[in-house]
Design a protein around this ligand. Structure first.
Ligand SMILES: Nc1ncnc2c1ncn2[C@@H]1O[C@H](COP(=O)(O)OP(=O)(O)OP(=O)(O)O)[C@@H](O)[C@H]1O
Length: 782
């Protein structure tokens, strides 16, 4: 086909041009290293050039473009553009031969339709097999042709095997997604989307778009991506670098609060210093209160209670002189400064400089000419007076003094917390020293709140928050402080809320995030989950009590099987063996408490598998919250998480060391590189990657099958393909084949167990197997 040959020739041209760009970038790295300039710019330039050289070097033979636009009318009349992941220059100074997908003209590729062709006569989509151009598909928009969802190339791409970490979706961004991706930097957005509607993908592509369109404005502040846990971050970590953006910080809310998961939690560590006389239920209660928005005001009062009215004049000696600021003037300085509502530290600085200014004026009246050295001397002289009325403090100290002193707490919480609530969070005795305090994850939000009152934290130009429905009001405030002068993209699904403080509606959550006016948009087309699974999930959705729209699936393929087993573990092993006879990644998901036996059964059956988090098999788990979600009171938060807070040591509590859930924070739970620890068979760094059967199967199947006999294992024994996943870790991940074991246990394992089940059931890309002994807590479409 001559046209295909022409396109292949263009591919060659692009690859040559890319190689020339690579040579140029390498040369620039060398030259750039010699360029004298300020250190900051030199470093940035060097980083940029190096990463460009690296990217270009890594994939000179990858697909250089995925689309083509032939314009017939409008500003681009008569022009043809190839659209790709990155811009490719032709001749130096000449027209680019491939346009970046984020450029303004590329927008038409995603948005044009037969109804509104945006000047385009022909839109061409290219199909690639590995790095070989295998074909293309045209839409003659000028003739009213518009394939929409019937595009074979789009469908193949969406249903393509997902091998490895999450991929970019630049070639197939859908119009409703593109609208969000290209929203301006000044606009804050909230995307409510059912599972698999592409919220995460949209958020990451928006980050890449903003960095392209507003590079200068984002130069200093940058973009921050917040995800629910490090496993999830590992899963998404490759998307932005693949889009050429390596400078985006990706982390968790816990991490920005300084929470880290300590090694060997659950054996000899405990919650806060003062919790030892509480029952576990009370510890839960304490965390819930600490995450409540009312704590913000309690802490503000506690901090500013340190500011005192002066009750003596300032008198300082200066050689033979004695300068004096009358008590009344001193008071006025303190009162005026308080009213100005700056941060505590700025207020303190301001009192100091105002006192120094008053002294200077007196000196000038006496005919002296104070210089800078004199001013510094006076500032040192007034420091002891300042220490009394506006003392320097550390955030941890403020929190410790509040929780360790019931009368201070009663004062600060008056009218805000009930006496019962105050008792729940109070420590029975003050800690002997800050170093002895075993801070909890819930304390971290309090410390961060006070730190934000002392000094504003570093702000970002744009913050993307994924799984935002799970954040507590106080966690939201921590995010808000970091985006006070920037905008946010809030991604979430009220139906997937699993924390005790999960948002029930977006307006309240957005208010806590400091962006009450953010536009709320719903995404309703699912790109992950097959339609019969979506139908089941929609039924469950109707009992979750949240006001969110139902989803419809883009996918017509897929399989759903439910089997009532007479032996749960035998049936599970059989289901996994059956899954292994297909291509693709497999997850076996069960209630956290079931994992140790499940793992043992799979091992006994000789099925190699990866556990994303290690388990303490000695105790069945009873944990009920997402790992690293700061949950209250299942001890994951109050006892099992420790935080960095000025190097506080943890103290052991013999009371809780025997009865805590053992799943929560295993020995290797939080490796520094964001990959998952390997426990048994070590095959993959991620729990994720789907690897679906790519063949399109129109009209997938939903069946109920009787208990299965052992399927002959045509697999490789599971090497690298089977992940055993506790239900609390499934959020945000996807697998080709998912085996859900005993949904009733997942549903009753925690307060929002049905929401958890909703998350678990929506992880499958191609096939979902539900294995159960007990009645299903959901109805399955026939
Ligand atoms: N336009 C698209 N083209 C191709 N793939 C897409 C598109 N949109 C989404 N996907 C794919 O669908 C899957 C689900 O997307 P994503 O994880 O972003 O959804 P989500 O809404 O964040 O899901 P969840 O709520 O379950 O975390 C991913 O594999 C993603 O790459």
């Amino acid at each position: 086909m001559a046209e295909l040959d022409d396109e292949r020739a263009y591919v060659m041209r692009c690859r040559e041009a890319l190689r020339a760009m690579l040579d140029g970038a390498r040369h620039n790295v060398i030259v750039g290293e010699r360029v004298a300039g300020d250190r900051y710019s030199a470093e940035r330039l060097g980083r940029h050039l190096k990463s460009l050289a690296k990217e270009l070097g890594e994939e000179p033979d990858g697909p250089p473009f995925f689309g083509r636009l032939d314009f017939a009318t409008g500003d681009h009349r008569g022009r043809r553009y190839y659209i790709g992941r990155r811009h490719i220059s032709g001749q130096p100074g000449g027209q680019p031969i491939v346009i970046d997908w984020r450029a303004p003209v590329s927008r038409a590729f995603y948005r044009a339709s037969a109804r509104d062709p945006l000047g385009i006569a022909r839109r061409r989509r290219f199909g690639w097999s590995e790095s070989v151009l295998s074909g293309f598909e045209d839409e003659r928009l000028d003739r009213g042709e518009d394939l929409g969802e019937t595009s074979r190339i789009v469908a193949t791409e969406i249903e393509r095997p997902r091998v490895g970490p999450m991929r970019d979706i630049v070639a197939t961004i859908q119009p409703e997604q593109d609208d969000l991706v290209r929203s301006g930097l000044d606009e804050s957005l909230c995307v409510q989307g059912a599972p698999g509607t592409g919220k995460t993908a949209v958020g990451l592509h928006r980050a890449a778009y903003l960095l392209y369109a507003y590079r200068q404005r984002l130069e200093r502040g940058g973009v921050l991506v917040l995800g629910p846990n490090r496993a999830f971050l590992g899963y998404i970590s490759a998307v932005l670098p693949a889009l050429g953006e390596v400078d985006v910080e990706q982390t968790t809310v816990d991490r920005i609060l300084g929470v880290r998961v300590p090694p060997h939690v659950g054996r000899n560590t405990v919650g806060s210093a003062g919790t030892s006389s509480h029952s576990l239920g009370e510890v839960d209660r304490a965390a819930s209160i600490k995450h409540d928005a009312r704590m913000a005001e309690v802490l503000r009062r506690a901090l500013y209670a340190r500011v005192r009215k002066p009750n003596e004049p300032v008198v300082v000696a200066d050689g033979s002189y004695r300068w004096r600021i009358p008590e009344e003037d001193f008071r006025r300085v303190v009162d005026d400064t308080r009213r100005e509502a700056t941060t505590y530290s700025v207020g303190r600085e301001r009192v100091l400089s105002r006192l120094a200014a008053l002294l200077r004026r007196q000196a000038e009246i006496r005919g002296r000419s104070p210089n800078a050295a004199w001013e510094r001397k006076m500032e040192r002289a007034v420091a002891p007076f300042l220490a009394v009325v506006w003392p320097a403090v550390r955030a941890e100290q403020v929190v410790a003094d509040l929780l360790g002193d019931t009368s201070a707490l009663a004062k600060a919480a008056d009218g805000l917390l009930t006496p019962e609530e105050q008792t729940a969070i109070a420590w029975p005795s003050p800690p002997r020293s800050l170093k002895r305090v075993a801070w909890t994850a819930a304390d971290a939000v309090l410390i961060d709140e006070v730190a934000g009152l002392l000094e504003r934290p570093r702000g970002y130009g744009h913050v993307i928050v994924d799984e935002a429905q799970d954040l507590s009001p106080m966690q939201c405030r921590a995010v808000a402080r970091r985006s006070a002068h920037g905008s946010v993209t809030v991604l979430g699904d009220l139906a997937q809320g699993t924390t005790p403080w999960s948002a029930r509606n977006w307006p309240d959550q957005l208010a806590h995030l400091g962006k009450p006016d953010a536009r709320v948009v719903a995404l309703t087309t699912g790109y992950r989950v097959p339609s019969m699974v979506v139908a089941m999930a929609n039924r469950l959705l109707s009992v979750l009590g949240v006001d969110v729209p139902q989803t419809r699936s883009f996918r017509s393929d897929g399989q759903l099987r439910t089997q009532r087993a007479d032996g749960l573990h035998r049936a599970t092993v059989a289901a996994v063996r059956d899954a292994l006879s297909h291509e693709g990644s497999i997850a076996v998901i069960a209630a956290d408490a079931r994992l140790p036996t499940l793992v043992a059964d799979l091992s006994a059956a000789g099925i190699a598998h990866t556990e994303p988090f290690g388990l303490d098999r000695a105790q069945p788990a009873t944990g009920t919250h997402d790992r690293e979600e700061n949950p209250p009171g299942n001890n994951t938060s109050e006892a099992a998480h420790a935080i960095w807070a000025g190097g506080g040591d943890r103290v052991a509590d013999p009371r809780t060391s025997h009865d805590r859930p053992r799943l929560d924070v295993p020995a290797t739970a939080d490796p520094p590189d964001g990959t998952l620890p390997k426990v048994q068979e070590r095959h993959s760094a991620l729990p994720s990657p789907t690897h679906a059967d790519s063949s399109r199967r129109p009209g997938g199947t939903a069946q109920t099958v009787p208990p299965q006999p052992h399927t002959p294992d045509r697999s490789d024994g599971g090497h690298g393909r089977v992940t055993v996943l506790p239900a609390t870790l499934a959020k945000g991940l996807e697998f080709d084949h998912v085996v859900v074991v005993e949904p009733a246990e997942i549903a009753e394992a925690e307060e929002r167990g049905l929401n958890r089940l909703y998350v678990v059931l929506t992880r499958a890309v191609s096939r979902l197997d539900i294995v159960h002994l007990r009645d299903l807590p959901i109805s399955v479409p026939s």
